[in-house]
Design a protein around this ligand. Structure first.
Ligand SMILES: Cc1cc2nc3c(=O)[nH]c(=O)nc-3n(C[C@H](O)[C@H](O)[C@H](O)COP(=O)(O)OP(=O)(O)OC[C@H]3O[C@@H](n4cnc5c(N)ncnc54)[C@H](O)[C@@H]3O)c2cc1C
Length: 399
């Protein structure tokens, strides 16, 4: 693979950079750079700006309104967005549900839901995990019983990210309790406004409420909201997860985070010299930078393979583990570079405050981000489980 960018790719990068300079609202970029939390309106605003330019769905085929960009273009897009401190694009509808609908959904579902994902009309959340069914997802208990032309759903989902903003949830439900666990699961699309749904916030370590419990009591869901075939939901669920994990690599976020660490370490003093010159600190920065370069290349290779129709397999687990460890190491370096300014646990730095933060740029949110990002190695399938998968496939010789 030629790792030099072609003339066209360089022109594409320049076009992106210009677009971001013109269209990314500066106050939004400031909030992202300083690690402040974003609200629903911010995500929706950025979504609308990208959609207007036709750049919202890099991985979708053109027939559905996507960009159908090459792997390299997507990589450049991610790099440039992170470099400019653009908000993340909320993935649940765009990069998790959409590939499932495009591959397994009915024509009616594709025609109805995909344009609404693009326009931002629907905000989706993911109803997979339950208390007692996270790593062991197949043991999920939320049940959906057929009653005429409806399913009646009862049970509880948990850790539902940004579910408080969502008007739709895609859910794994048990439709047959009598067969092997994996063979009795279905994939349902549920309108969050249906009577019987309750969303309760869970407060995270940094004080933010970005995850929720979702409770279902006799929720009636029309049968046309079933994706694919009843009891085949496990197949679709696994297909979705490979997309979820590849996105978790977060190369662009790490690049931006590492640049911020270096900036901070140049401005901070340690024993009368810039911290960046401290051999121990510099060695850690160098090590994580090398890891990041290696992962970035691996990411490119995997995305190119996926673009050629080879769906990401165990490689997505490798990216998940490595990508999250790198991001957590960068968070730790930022915390060390911030020094005393990371001592106060200022959840207001993330949640918003009417007082100016103390310390150099971005340091007020460092501790809160460090704690918040402990989640990275848990969600999307915990790293221990991913390591089991890698070991089984790569060492055990089975897939
Ligand atoms: C911030 C956050 C956001 C999330 N967002 C969503 C969401 O939007 N939608 C959704 O459906 N889910 C979401 N999740 C849930 C996430 O997918 C689960 O937390 C994850 O799959 C782990 O499951 P668990 O929490 O039940 O932990 P458990 O499965 O109980 O695991 C606990 C610990 O034991 C280890 N462990 C368990 N089994 C094994 C094994 N066989 N071998 C080795 N180690 C093992 C795990 O790795 C972990 O360290 C989110 C989680 C978090 C923390």
């Amino acid at each position: 693979m030629d790792l030099n960018y072609s003339v066209e790719e360089q022109a594409f990068r320049a076009e992106l950079r210009l677009f971001l300079a013109e269209k990314l609202p500066p106050e939004m970029a400031d909030a992202v750079r300083e690690g402040r939390g974003l609200g629903k309106e911010d995500y929706e605003r950025w979504h609308a700006i990208l959609n207007q330019r036709g750049w919202l769905a890099p991985n979708w085929p053109r027939e559905f309104g996507g960009c159908e960009w090459s792997a390299v273009q997507r990589h450049i897009f991610e790099e440039e967005c992170a470099r400019a401190h653009a908000p993340r694009i909320v993935p649940f509808g765009l990069s998790m549900l959409a590939p499932v609908l495009q591959k397994f959904g009915s024509k009616a579902q594709q025609d109805h839901y995909l344009p609404r994902i693009l326009s931002g009309q629907d905000w989706w959340c993911q109803g997979y995990s339950e208390p007692g069914a996270g790593s062991d997802l197949a043991s999920l208990k939320t049940k959906a019983l057929r009653d005429g032309d409806h399913y009646v759903v009862n049970g509880q989902k948990t850790w539902t990210t940004l579910g408080q903003h969502a008007n739709w949830i895609f859910c794994l439900v048990r439709t047959d309790p009598t067969v092997k666990q994996q063979a009795g699961i279905s994939f349902l699309l549920i309108d969050m406004d249906t009577p019987g749904i309750e969303v309760r916030p869970i407060i995270l370590l940094d004080g933010s409420a970005e995850v929720n419990e979702v409770w279902f009591s006799d929720v009636r869901v029309p049968v046309e909201n079933l994706v694919g075939v009843e009891n085949k939901g496990w197949t679709y669920a696994k297909y979705l997860l490979t997309h979820e994990r590849t996105n978790i690599a977060g190369v662009g976020f790490s690049q931006a985070g590492l640049a911020a660490v270096k900036r901070l370490a140049r401005s901070q003093q340690h024993r009368g010299r810039p911290l960046i010159e401290n051999p121990h600190f510099a060695a850690r920065v160098a090590r994580v930078e090398i890891d990041l370069m290696a992962m970035s290349t691996t990411n490119l290779r995997i995305v190119s393979a996926a673009a050629k129709g080879q769906a990401p397999g165990v490689e997505s687990s490798m990216l998940k583990v490595k990508g999250t460890l790198i991001r957590q190491e960068i968070n730790d370096l930022a915390r060390r570079a911030a020094g005393v300014y990371a001592m106060p646990f200022a959840s207001e730095a993330v949640l918003g405050s009417n007082e100016a933060p103390i310390g150099p740029d971005g340091t007020a949110a460092v501790a809160a981000q460090y704690f918040n990002n402990r989640k990275l190695s848990i969600f999307g399938g915990s790293n221990e489980i991913q390591r089991n998968i890698i070991a089984k496939v790569k060492l055990g010789g089975e897939r």
